[in-house]
Design a protein around this ligand. Structure first.
Ligand SMILES: O=C(O)c1ccccc1N[C@@H]1O[C@H](COP(=O)(O)O)[C@@H](O)[C@H]1O
Length: 203
């Protein structure tokens, strides 16, 4: 069964829309000023509290001090931590000392070497993406090859390529952000269609 995460929520209506669509995970881009999906920790708290309890809130961080994701996890604002910067093994170990929520480490895939590095990660899950995150672009899925651990496929997934991605790559979870937006905002119909497409594949 492939799970689905809808990432980059920033408005109350985004929460209402995911509550209706029912993905497995949703993501908040926290304290990443360069992202147009950026939310403050306080805003993430306001949004997370409105989320259906069956959907796991994931905090997405880029080189944040480890105390920040750990605090938000302790406060129950997020239940998973996604590291999307240059965080290394020392960082993950420091985080482990501060919180026991599952950790996702993102890797930008441009070569087989990037995938090999991911195999060595001590994170609970690895995520394969194109570029620095939220680019809306895909990478060569053939580079993933065979993986002996659960992984998340991200990067430029859309209603057009989601089904093919699940069939070809067999990820543990797909992560969609730009692909369920219209003019820069999350789109209710696209979110519903993406979740339905992944659920249909389980049948
Ligand atoms: O979405 C962002 O703006 C973002 C910023 C910084 C780090 C990660 C970000 N998003 C993550 O990027 C991937 C793929 O996004 P897309 O579907 O290609 O737009 C996904 O994992 C998001 O969590």
């Amino acid at each position: 069964m492939t799970r689905i995460k809808i990432c980059g929520l920033s408005r109350e209506e985004d929460i209402a829309n995911v509550n209706e669509a029912g993905p497995d995970y949703c993501g908040f881009i926290i304290q990443v000023p360069r992202s147009r999906r950026n939310v403050s920790p306080e805003r993430a708290a306001e949004l997370s509290i409105r989320l259906d309890g069956r959907i796991t809130p994931v905090g997405v961080f880029v080189n944040a001090p480890a105390e920040l994701p750990a605090r938000l996890a302790r406060e129950g604002i997020i239940r998973m931590i996604q590291l999307h910067g240059q965080e290394d093994e020392d960082y993950i170990q420091r985080l482990r000392g501060l919180t026991d929520v599952p950790v996702i480490q993102a890797f930008s895939v441009a070569s087989r070497e990037d995938v090999r590095r991911a195999k060595d990660s001590s994170a609970d899950y690895v995520l394969f993406d194109q570029g620095a995150g939220g680019t809306g672009k895909t990478f060569d899925w053939g580079l993933i090859g065979s993986m002996d651990r659960p992984f998340i496929l991200a990067g430029g997934l859309t209603l057009e390529n989601l089904t093919e991605a699940v069939k070809r790559v067999r990820p543990w979870c797909v992560d969609v952000s730009s692909g369920v937006e219209t003019e820069g905002y999350k789109d209710q119909e696209k979110i519903k269609a993406a979740v339905a497409a992944v659920r249909r594949m389980e049948e």
